[in-house]
Design a protein around this ligand. Sequence first.
Ligand SMILES: NC(=O)c1ccc[n+]([C@@H]2O[C@H](COP(=O)([O-])OP(=O)(O)OC[C@H]3O[C@@H](n4cnc5c(N)ncnc54)[C@H](O)[C@@H]3O)[C@@H](O)[C@H]2O)c1
Length: 386
Amino acid sequence: MIKVGIVGAGAMGTGIAQLAASNGHIVYLYDSNATALKKASEKLHQTLQKLTDKRKISEKEMHEILRRFHFTEKKLDDLKDCGLVIEAIIEDVQAKKMLFKELQEVVSEDCILATNTSSLSITAIAAACEQSTRVIGIHFFNPAPLMKLVEIIPALQTNTAVVEKARKLIESWGKTTVLAKDTPGFIVNRVARPFYGEALRIYEEGIADIATIDWAMKEIGGFRMGPFELMDFIGHDINYTVTETVFAAFFYDPRYKPSFSQKRLVEAGYLGRKSGQGFYSYAENTIQPEPNKNEALGEQIVRRIVIMLINEAADAVFWNIASNEDIDLAMTTGVNYPKGLLKWADGLGIPECVEMMDALYRNYHEDRYRCSPLLRRMAREGETFY
Ligand SMILES: NC(=O)c1ccc[n+]([C@@H]2O[C@H](COP(=O)([O-])OP(=O)(O)OC[C@H]3O[C@@H](n4cnc5c(N)ncnc54)[C@H](O)[C@@H]3O)[C@@H](O)[C@H]2O)c1
């Protein structure tokens, strides 16, 4: 069994390390910061102890897993025997490129070098390596041991054998993998943008308040969390940065335009749950705002957000970002959507989807509401996604 190296012992690196060690791999966890490494070691001990207490693993298994960890600081050299190294350091392309340059000098020729980046170009990171064909994106979701979905993103340079090998290995860890083209946001962080963006727009236009939008999306739409609750949960600093990054990376396509309401929250330090204040207040004894449970208004909100999500998913198919099946699988397993968006489109009827988008466009005359050419063609030709 190959040894796995993890670089960056933060939230993601620690989770991925736990996953790999639980699946029998010897794991080398490297971080340039000794404190981070110490915290990671404590976190892993705590988590595994909790799993033992809950009888998810036996005491013996816990000790076996713990024995597989090697914590290593300022000695990238320790990773020399690894068959796979997954990078999970700060989201900075220059830092990542520098690390990959160093890594290639340490590991053997057949070692796969993977990045867990959420938003950077895998191709740009791969270009830092002489043997760039072995570099790939393996995008886990937080927390990595629990979240089922992993996006596999070949760089322009990646060898197909590397793609297959990486995919097989991650699936052997019990994960569901989907294949995505190296474009901003890959699948989930691209297709999910309207869940936040359109909800913010409806709120900013004064069509409904946050409590009503959240109520509608949960009660009528069947989503687990409302957009505002979810943004508060993720943290506005993170969610806003992803939106801004995707917007810039798409050459400022108005579909991905960030919102001023969210920008102001970040400026105020109202980051959501973690700071005690976001769209909602989390202070003790706060009386939360009541939704307006008007069914017709609720339906209107859900239809508008869902059609924007469907349009985004269809456009990802149009641009060959991923297959129909992988897009639906990514959204149902990665962000727990109640239904695959393309399946949802079939259910609504493709001509109806086109009409819903065109109605928005007629109302606003903004490029943001342009219907995907794929939906238009499918409606014309009487096609469905499945
Ligand atoms: N947090 C998430 O929800 C999430 C989800 C998917 C992917 N990601 C991606 O995973 C990566 C890590 O995210 P995170 O949330 O775990 O970050 P984090 O800030 O929790 O951890 C990053 C760690 O990397 C270390 N580090 C920084 N530069 C380093 C270097 N040059 N060499 C070695 N170690 C270095 C830091 O000391 C820190 O411990 C990012 O690329 C992020 O975009 C994050």
